[in-house]
Each structure stands twice: as C-alpha cells, then as structure tokens.
Design a protein around this ligand. Structure first.
Ligand code: SAH
Ligand code: SF4
Ligand code: F3S
Length: 474
C-alpha cells in the first residue's frame, strides 16, 4: 500500500504568491471597468472541512483585491463550494445554478466558479459541461491550493476551465486565510478518509487519509492565538486515527497534549471521532484536560449489528455502548452527540428499533438524523434491497421523535446551573441579548454587550427552552 505522507512544498507557496500578484492585476482592471471594487461571494455547502476550505479561498480572494460579500445578487464573482454527501445537497446546487445563469445574463462580467466534493464526481462534471455552459471555472478538493493560478487561467480564457485531480500527496501551508470569526477557528489536522463506510462517498471525493505534521499544526494554532483566537476545532473525518501515517507516528491524544500547552488558547474541540478508533488514552487525556471541551460527537449511524456490519462500521452495538459507558464513567458531565442514518439497504423497522434503543440507552444531547441517500459508486448503492420510501419515512419519524424527546430531557437537567460560556455573537432575534456557547456545545442567550464577543464568562442557565437556554452573567 502506498504511504500518504503530506509534504509541505515551499516552492509551491512562492509560485502561488506570484499568481496572486498576477490575479490582482486582473481584479484591478475589472475594478476600472465596472467602477467599483469587485465583490465576491463564497457560498459553502456541507461540513466544517468545506467551511475551512472556503476561508482559504476567501483569503486569496481578499489578497487579490476582492471585497467579500454574503449576497450573491451583489457579487461580481460567485463561488459554490459544494458537498455531495447526500443527494439533496447536490440538488440545491443545481437549483441555485439556474438562478446564477439568469443573473449572468443581466451582468455579463459575472464570473461563476464551482469547487468542492461534488466536483470530484465525473457524472457531475458531465452534467455541468452539458447543461450549465456558463460556468467559468471548476476545480476539486485536491487542488484548492492552486486557486490563485486557476483564477489567472480563468481571467485569461473565455472557455470553461476544468481542473480536477484524482489524488494529491501535497499539503500546502501558509497561504492566506480569511477567518469568519475572530475568536474561534477550525484547523485541519488531517485530510481524506480510509474507512470506506459502504454508504459514504467522502473517501472517493476527499481521497486517502493524510495527516499534517504536528509541528505545522502547533505553529498554525500559535499564530491563531496570537491573532486573538481562543477556541479551536481540530478537523478530520476520523481524528482518532490522526498521525498513524506520519514518518514519526504520533497519536491524536499526544497531539492534544501538545496543543493544550499553547498559551492563550482556552478551548479545544475536535470532529469527528470514529468509535472504532477511540482510545483509552484519548479518554484519559480528555478527562485530565482543562481545555478540551466536554463534548464528543460520536456517530453511531445505526443500532442493528447486521446493518452496522453491512455499513462496514467495524463495531457492534454492544461495543459502542461499552465505549459510551467507559467515556461516561471517566467524564460524567460529558455531552454526547451522534449521527444516525435510516433506510440503509435491507434495514427493517425492527432494525430501526435497535437504533432507537441506542438513543434511549446513550441519552444523546443531540443527534443528526439522516435519510439514507444512494451515492453512485459506493458499495451500498449496488445493494439490491433498497428500502421503499414509505418504510424509511415511518422509521425516520419514529426515531426523530425519540431523539428530540431525549435531547429535551437532557437539556432540562442543566437548568439552574452556572457554566462557562464563550460570548459568540449578537442574538439575531433580540439585539439586547448575546449568544454564548457552553463547553458542551449548547447555546445560551443572555443580556450583555457586543464588546464582550470572544470572552469567556460565567452564565447562570435560568430557563431551558428545548435546545437552548436563557440566562444571565454571574
Ligand atoms: N467522518 C464522519 C462523518 C462524515 S459525513 C464520521 O464517520 O463520523 C457526516 C454524516 O453524514 C455521517 O456521519 C453520516 O451519518 C451521514 N452520511 C454519510 N453518507 C450518507 C449517505 N449516503 N446517506 C445518508 N447519510 C449519510
Ligand atoms: Fe464517510 Fe465513514 Fe469516512 Fe466518515 S468514516 S467520512 S462516514 S467513510
Ligand atoms: Fe460534504 Fe465533502 Fe464534507 S461531501 S460532508 S463537504 S467532506
């Protein structure tokens, strides 16, 4: 098997910086033409990995002279960073492309680019080539570090530019990043996935697992904290297998211990943990940490052993429940969340009862419940026993009700307690309130001043409104 160790290529960074200068010239010329600073809108679909990639794209766009906007209508350049994990994400992109086409007719200088996971699928590229001829630039998940270069190619050509790579062993660090929040940030610790759960397309569109060098990760976090970041979210499809492919292997728990030492950093989160790789060492490090948040997202997907096996998850219901027991024994106050899928090929209502049983036993603080979506090219898509829609719906509704009831009960337990919250933003509905995030990832709204954004405060959770709290600073 080929060993995928990430290399940091300094020449590549220099090259991309040259392209940024060149692209800046084209953006300046566009400004002259349209009479205002060109606006760019990056719309993100999908998970936190994509959100982080969008920050990288935004960093380069700002560097070359674009002003970022949230409004696609106002923009002179629209980029969709797409997701393909379930078909509804794809459908949303196609729907919005129709709207962009009509915008482009009114505003001929409008540029449209597509990138992200969906673009790694050949059938998608075929469809866009055929039916969405107006798209200017298409690239994938493996070459986003080439963005500046691709932009130059786009400015110098009138045809649709398509550049999709099947794989990469490169990790290019130190390109500009424009962060969405001043006080918190995601940070990639690894890319890709080797697990091949039979329903999942991620390994095909994100490639093989590659870990970043721990020194690079530490350096990036040090820079972030120097820049005012107090909370970081370590990102990977399976953070528990971090470091295994490095020349000098290191475990995820060891990485956490190194990160814990960084001065100025207050909170550490991570996503996602695969249950099969969650070590005793990690539980121990979490238990003794003052910075790792009291929250673990531990996707179980299903409760029936037969379905878990067909999903290639490589644990049984009993093993998962034993793991949860171990975690709760070590950290009784930890909040657990999960992902659930209903309607995997061959799943019966009895199987769904097994999933419901897991939810009841674990008492999740929250669970994302998904309807199985058939992804072309995955082993599950070829299975013959696809479940009829009505049956899926029945199981889904039943499971969702249990999930919601459990989450409400769990939330109510904390009413009246005092907990630390990171002040994040002004409440959208009531501007006199600020929204804070607890260590367990739940939200609390309380009267405070916007100047407190980014600070940690102690908040009394006075009222529980289902999935969030109303409180006051103590
Ligand atoms: N790497 C993470 C999950 C990434 S995808 C993990 O293994 O936990 C996020 C979630 O999307 C998955 O946990 C799963 O619940 C869901 N998902 C993935 N593929 C799906 C599909 N084909 N249909 C429905 N849900 C899916
Ligand atoms: Fe998909 Fe499984 Fe990898 Fe998660 S671990 S990204 S569900 S293949
Ligand atoms: Fe979607 Fe890609 Fe993330 S498929 S869930 S954006 S890794």
């Amino acid at each position: 098997m080929m060993k995928y160790t990430a290399t940091t290529d300094e020449n590549e960074v220099l090259l991309q910086k040259q392209y940024m200068e060149k692209a800046a010239g084209y953006v300046a010329a566009l400004e002259e033409e349209i009479g205002h600073k060109p606006l760019c809108c990056v719309t993100t679909f999908g998970c936190q990995m994509n959100a982080r990639d969008s920050e990288k794209l935004s960093g380069i766009l700002k560097e070359i002279g674009y002003t970022l906007t949230e409004s696609e209508e106002d923009a002179d350049f629209v980029i969709y960073n797409t997701c393909t994990v379930r078909d509804n994400a794809n459908q949303r992109v196609y729907g919005r492309l129709g709207f962009l086409n009509s915008m482009k007719r009114k505003k001929p200088h409008l540029k449209v680019a597509l990138c992200g996971c969906m673009m790694q699928e050949p059938s998608v590229i075929e469809k866009i080539r055929k039916s969405y001829r107006f798209v200017d630039l298409i690239f994938g998940t493996h070459n986003i570090f080439k963005f500046a270069q691709l932009l130059v190619t786009m400015f110098e050509n009138n045809d649709m530019i398509i550049d999709i790579w099947q794989e990469t062993d490169q990790i290019v660090e130190a390109l500009p990043v424009s962060r969405k929040y001043p006080y918190k940030s995601g940070i990639n610790i690894m890319f890709g996935c080797n697990n091949f759960c039979s329903y999942c397309i991620v390994p095909y569109v994100r490639g093989r697992e590659r870990s970043r060098d721990p020194k690079e990760i530490i350096r990036e976090i040090e820079q972030l904290t120097a820049d005012g970041v107090v909370e970081i979210m370590l990102l990977g499809q399976n953070v528990n297998s971090y470091g295994k492919t490095l020349d000098q292997p290191i475990t995820f728990a060891q990485l956490l211990q190194e990160i814990e030492k960084i001065e100025g950093l207050k909170r550490i989160r991570f996503m996602t943990s695969h249950p099969k790789d969650l070590s005793d060492e990690l539980i121990d490090v979490m238990k003794h940490s003052g910075k790792i948040c009291r929250h673990l997202h531990l996707p179980v997907q299903a409760g029936s052993d037969r379905i878990l096996e067909a999903m290639n998850r490589r644990y049984t219901k009993a093993q998962y429940l034993a793991l949860v027991d171990k975690i709760r024994t070590a950290m009784p106050d930890i909040s657990l969340t999960t992902d659930l899928i209903v309607g995997f090929p061959g799943e019966t209502l009895e199987d769904v009862e097994e999933t419901i049983d897991v939810v009841k036993k674990v008492q999740y603080d929250n669970a994302f419940t998904f309807i199985y979506s058939k992804r072309t090219g995955t082993p599950a898509a070829a299975m013959e026993n696809q479940v009829p829609e009505e049956l899926v719906k029945e199981g889904f509704d039943k499971l969702l009700k249990v999930v919601q009831d459990t989450a409400k009960e769990r939330a109510a337990r904390l009413k009246g307690s005092v907990m630390e919250a990171l002040v994040e933003e002004v409440n959208e509905q009531d501007k006199s309130l600020m929204t804070g995030r607890l260590s367990n990832n739940m939200l609390v709204h309380f009267p405070a001043d916007p100047s407190m954004i980014g600070q940690l405060v102690m908040v009394s959770l006075d009222e529980c409104r289902g999935f969030y709290y109303i409180g006051h600073i103590v």
